[in-house]
Design a protein around this ligand. Sequence first.
Ligand code: NAP
Length: 259
Amino acid sequence: MDLGIKGKRALVCAASKGLGKGCAEALAAEGVDLVINARGEQALRDTASEIAARHGVQVEAVAADITSDAGRAKVLKVAGEIDILVTNAGGPPAGHWQDWSRDDFIKAIDANMLSAIALIQVAVPGMIERGWGRVVNITSQSVRSPIPVLGLSNTARAGLTGFVAGMSRDVARHGVNVNNLLPGIHATDRADGLDGGVAKAEGITIEEARARRQASIPTRAYGEASDFGAACAFLCSDQAKFIVGQNLLLDGGALNVTM
Ligand code: NAP
């Protein structure tokens, strides 16, 4: 299926590895030129070269912290006019609801809510002027089904979800579609980190922690970043023009609800 986005230009944030990289790679496979971002310069450059070589598209790499004003300014300057924006950043640390301070909440809200909103506020007006645009925000299954130890994530991402619910409907008439992709457990470094935390807290091996979490998913396996990326590419496709303000959950059926 031709997604109709060959030659478009995308900014994919936090994309040197994991889910962001999966999205960047899937867009590149559709012929989309990329600006990708992460903080670590070497891994980012390696990913940019790898994607450019494999898919024959232009890939520019901007090393910066996307959660800081200066970092976003640096990335947006290189990105210029973009047709597609994929927002993403690292997730907040696990912990206990009683321990989080105001500063912890502000940090999480900055990283997983306000950064995405700031990027949207800069990128979407140009998309509206040109009459076509796509925004996909990588959020989390935690907006549908809270994860108690990830309360900072539950809180910040719920805020972004509320913002998108309203603004997506405001811009849809201009050919700009804004949606959220909600990862369940995917096999990335983030999942390894969380499994490591469980293993330490419960005195079990990381393999046991992983097996336990896999058993809680109907597919009995973690998701793959490449499949996640393919869903992102579809939400960025021309054919996704009737999908507005949705929250697509990719969790192997882990959320046990009828609808
Ligand atoms: P990952 O494998 O750890 O990759 C994170 C990527 O983001 C890396 O490229 C990292 O590179 C970059 N990054 C992190 N913080 C950044 C920042 N401040 N500015 C720019 N780049 C940054 O994580 P992932 O599994 O892909 O997760 C992506 C997002 O999905 C996270 O918010 C995570 O909480 C959420 N999520 C993941 C899962 C899962 O199971 N994997 C489930 C639910 C939600 P640098 O470190 O070099 O910056």
